[in-house]
Design a protein. Sequence first.
Length: 64
Amino acid sequence: MPIVALLGVALTGLIAMSWLLNRDTLRQAVEAQIRAVTGLDLVVHGNIDISVFPAATSPFMTSG
């Protein structure tokens, strides 16, 4: 039972972490890393989405 409670707390913490991250700071950090590696400026139009958990994707999946 204590292990289940610990896993529940850890899962809740991961979910809360994605809500508490500052998206502007994260965007700036990613832009700086891309600029440092490629020498190019990243241009992002629209909102960004942050996910703590990886998503299954396929090149054949489309949205909209």
